[in-house]
Unconditional design. Structure first.
Length: 386
């Protein structure tokens, strides 16, 4: 009897051990889906094609065919690179809206990072995600100002006023504004971190579930390249003061939507004069410049396909101050409204002057002498209002 009981106990112990081994060594389960109430989301940031030929995709337009000013090492030191430069550092804002998408933002998580990927853990529910580039400049001084405190629903970018007068939008803005630096952004709403992990992938190596979202950044500031081509100068215009003004552009932009603000301002920018440039075999002098803008007010110009979509309530002017060989100076103001509307998302703005038709001033004008150069109405004669 004792021997039989001993055999039974031995068999039961063996069965228990086998069951334990089976449980430990059998099929390994993935971790519980809802262990902590949050999962990983991997964001990948992709820049749209920043080639000017792609961004300035107007019908039958090749900007190189009409750009005579050129771009040398001195221009790079003054203005920077000719076109857009791909950024490497970014700002990210995450907004949690709970169990419903597209609600007003009540909280925000801020991050700064380098590279084109960012991974973090997200609570279940809906998220809005905003990213824009960190700003780098030639001189280390940043003009862009970001307002994130007025409302959490969107970020507004703007610049400050200069000490220089503004002719075209007074009395509201009696001074011109600094041009913004290149700004790119991407914004997605209603990203669903679902408890069922729909759309998630299991990473065997890290033992976590993750979801990958690609966000494409687009420019929300626009490059204009200006050139005043001087025919038949023969030494009459000897120099410029190195300052240009470009009016009727937006004072702010919405970083989330890319829609420019309603207030029109004048942008202050740098210009340079070159002598004996080649224009289809003719030697000409050219006053050139490069400026960045927030675009035309109340439009998302970069996402528009044609001028027919543009709503522009403002006129646009460009001015340069020229020094003449008799020691006098004059500020010439050009109405470029039609040119800006035609190149609504940036491009070449060209004005041509025949100095045989422009009288040399007999007194110094500065800002008090404005020659308004209108578009030629008879095929070549410039009308100049003194």
């Amino acid at each position: 009897m004792t021997q039989r009981h001993s055999r039974l106990r031995t068999m039961r112990a063996a069965m228990a051990m086998a069951l334990t081994v089976l449980l430990l060594c059998g099929c390994v389960r993935k971790p519980k889906l809802h262990l902590y109430g949050m999962e990983e989301l991997e964001l990948e940031f992709v820049m749209t094609d920043l080639n000017l030929e792609v961004l300035w995709n107007y019908d039958d337009y090749n900007y190189r065919d009409e750009w005579y000013y050129g771009w040398d090492d001195i221009d790079r030191r003054i203005f920077g690179e000719f076109g857009y430069i791909e950024p490497s550092e970014f700002q990210l804002r995450r907004y949690y809206t709970g169990n419903e998408p597209y609600l007003a933002h009540t909280n925000m998580y801020a991050h700064q990072f380098a590279g084109n990927r960012f991974t973090a853990r997200y609570m279940w529910g809906y998220w809005d995600l905003l990213v824009w580039n960190d700003i780098t400049t030639l001189d280390g001084v940043q003009s862009l100002i970001f307002d994130e405190t007025t409302t959490l629903d969107y970020v507004t970018a703007s610049t400050n006023q200069t000490i220089y007068n503004s002719r075209y939008n007074a009395p509201r803005f009696v001074r011109s504004f600094w041009e913004p630096e290149a700004l790119y952004s991407a914004y997605v709403q209603g990203v669903d971190i679902d408890q069922s992990l729909r759309g998630f992938i299991y990473d065997e190596e890290r033992k976590v579930y993750y979801k990958k979202i690609e966000m494409t950044l687009y420019p929300i500031t626009y490059i204009y390249l200006t050139q005043v081509i001087i025919h038949n100068n023969n030494g009459r215009v000897t120099a410029i003061d190195g300052v240009g003004n470009f009016s009727g552009m937006a004072r702010t932009t919405n970083v989330n939507s890319g829609i420019a603000g309603a207030d029109a301002i004048t942008i202050h920018y740098t210009t340079r004069m070159k002598n004996n440039c080649d224009m289809r075999g003719e030697p000409v002098d050219i006053i050139g410049g490069r400026l960045m803008t927030f675009g035309i007010c109340e439009n998302n110009c970069g996402r528009m396909r044609s001028q027919a979509e543009l709503n522009d309530k403002h006129r646009h002017y460009m001015d340069v101050t020229m020094m003449f060989n008799n020691g006098m100076d004059s500020t010439l103001v050009f109405d470029i409204t039609d040119k800006v509307r035609k190149r609504f998302k940036g491009g070449i703005i060209t004005v041509e002057l025949d100095m045989d038709t422009v009288p040399i001033p007999s007194r110094s004008g500065g800002s008090g002498f404005d020659a308004v150069i209108k578009e030629p109405e008879d095929g070549g004669t410039w009308e100049i209002d003194m």
